[in-house]
Ligand binder design. Sequence first.
Ligand SMILES: Cc1ncc(C[n+]2csc(CCO)c2C)c(N)n1
Length: 223
Amino acid sequence: MSYGATFPLWREAAGDAWHDYTRHAFVEGLRDGTLPRAAYLRYLVQDYLFLVHFSRAWALAVTKAETLDEMRACAATVHALLNDEMRLHVATCAAEGIPEADLFAAREAPQNIAYTRYVLDAGHSGDFLDLMAALAPCVLGYGEIGTRLASAADRTPYADWIETYAGADYQKTCDEVGALIDGAITRRLGTTPRDSPRWPRLCARFETATRLEVDFWGMGLRG
Ligand SMILES: Cc1ncc(C[n+]2csc(CCO)c2C)c(N)n1
């Protein structure tokens, strides 16, 4: 999975954090089916709230964009998040007797607050690239995890989760977000972005968001 030219560079710069995120015990539990149902539901309820705030972050990206194409791409992601992405969460929780109103009213876990507000602050205090670097681990990491689990999964009750992220629709989203990031980088930093004084900070933002993903999985496992 490369999803463009920038993502592999940021992933490489994130070092061990990327492995800790994409090979987390929670992920392995989805793959082999050993993840306790209670942990999965705890994660799904928190993830619903996470997606609410991620929609806000992509809406912020619309306001930070410099071109109409960037605006359209970010607005399309807001739409997809609010209308499609939450469907798995709402349907799975409804089947367990948890209505959507309860999801919206759930208390946010500290790990959830830390992650989502970090991303929003990256956008508020920085520019479009700061925001993209903080958003990328979430979008592209799930694409990578989904693809690996689809080819390595045992019989697991979490096949619907895996299919959501391994499926062609989501993989297309990842390719589009990778292209959005590449275009935004070239536009603002030129064709040798690693020579830019801004590059280390963008890598640091990506790594921080990746570490917050690790903590988010941990919240699911331990509550
Ligand atoms: C903790 C956490 N991290 C990543 C994702 C995946 N994700 C977040 S937003 C989005 C759609 C495109 O922006 C996708 C797939 C998640 N659901 N929860």
